[in-house]
Write a protein that binds this ligand. Structure first.
Ligand code: NAP
Length: 338
């Protein structure tokens, strides 16, 4: 490993070792308006050069389009990358705001085959349950996922947006390598139940939206004014109207810390979430999403920033002051069930 590559971390007690920061690939095909395919491909290659080896997708991202888009890159670098994908969530055609969640065994079995086909690989390195269907006992869901491990279709298991209690029940069925949940300077609800359970069970935390979906970088201030009509962030309560203005004002301490480190706001947001690993005593591997080479470089550099106790103290009050929930429908999240 050369000096330019980022450090590594292990996911779970027997999970893969990955670069300590992964890459969220969702925005390359879905959710945040159009992305340039050529620049996205170049971003994937640049990330790997930097030691970013952990790539996050899901069958729901563009109804399979994101998995298909990533497939040639994964095939070209199969032994160097750790592929994470997810099942459970689908968006019915023509109903962009609707979500259907399924956690039952027949659904999981057909979902894994479809993902393997789109990705064009023999095995998925980390297979997550994307969202919880409360009508199916989690033991049943993880039992069906464990069958996939035994059959060699999947190497390791993960869960997204589960509560601490759900994680404990799941871990009793099969080892869980990672929990993926929203965690950032703006979204800290998982620190109450999920993070302590993960620490106790030896499960890694994979924070999604660590840049607050871009808001923490200061690159947009009001989704309705600054983002395209098809951008999912226009539907999120934090990024519109009075909430957006109030939340933009909360970035002032981030700006002050960034100045002291000669860093960007986004780098401070990423350094903060990375440092939560040391604060809470568990492996933390954030997956900031970008489709741009310059930004993947900027984000990877943040793994080298260490914030002082005083700086952590300055950033501490922010989350409690955020106006608006992180989703319009919080039943979708672990916090909605805690
Ligand atoms: N499990 C779940 O339910 C769930 C939910 C949401 C997301 N995820 C996963 O988590 C990944 C990351 O989350 P996310 O994409 O929602 O949010 P994020 O990482 O907090 O922010 C992504 C946004 O920030 C922009 N950005 C990235 N780096 C930047 C920089 N250095 N300066 C300025 N802007 C920057 C990106 O735009 P550009 O592309 O233009 O750079 C994009 O609009 C996703 O890609 C997805 O894989 C999972």
């Amino acid at each position: 490993m050369t000096d330019s590559r980022i450090a590594t971390a292990q996911l779970g007690t027997d999970g893969p070792t990955v670069g300590v920061q992964g890459l969220g690939c969702m925005g390359m095909s879905f959710a945040y308006g159009p992305a340039d395919a050529g620049e996205s491909r170049a971003t994937l290659e640049r990330a790997l050069e930097l030691g970013v080896t952990f790539y996050d997708t899901a069958d729901a991202y563009g109804a399979g389009e994101n998995e298909k888009f990533l497939s040639p890159f994964f095939k070209a670098h199969r032994d160097e990358v750790v592929i994470a994908t997810k099942f459970a969530l689908s968006i019915p055609p023509g109903e962009p705001t609707k979500r259907v969640i399924r956690n039952d065994r027949p659904y999981i079995r057909q979902a894994v085959e479809a993902s393997l086909k789109r990705l064009d690989v023999d095995v998925i390195d980390l297979y997550y349950m994307h969202r919880r269907d409360v009508n199916v006992p989690i033991e049943e869901t993880v039992g069906a996922m464990a069958e996939l491990v035994r059959e060699g279709k999947v190497k390791h298991l993960g869960l997204s947006e589960v509560t601490g209690g759900e994680l404990r029940t799941a871990q009793a069925v099969h080892p869980i390598a990672a929990v993926q949940s929203e965690w950032s300077l703006f979204s800290r609800d998982i620190e109450a139940g999920v993070v302590p359970a993960a620490r106790e069970l030896g499960v890694a935390l994979v924070p999604y939206s660590p840049l607050g979906r871009g808001f923490l970088t200061g690159s947009f201030a009001n989704a309705e004014k600054d983002l395209t009509a098809d951008d999912f962030r226009r539907l999120q309560p934090r990024f519109t109207g009075d909430n957006a203005a109030a939340n933009a004002a909360l970035l002032e301490p981030v700006r002050a810390v960034a100045k002291a480190h000669d860093a960007s706001l986004g780098q401070i947001a990423l350094a903060w979430v990375q440092q939560q690993g040391a604060v809470h005593g568990l492996p933390v591997v954030p997956i900031p999403g970008t489709s741009k080479r310059a930004r993947v470089e900027e984000n990877a550099t943040a793994t080298r920033i260490v914030l002082t106790e005083e700086e952590l103290g300055l950033l501490e009050p922010i989350a409690a002051k955020v106006a608006g929930d992180r989703y319009a429908d919080m039943t979708f999240t672990s916090a909605g069930r805690e």
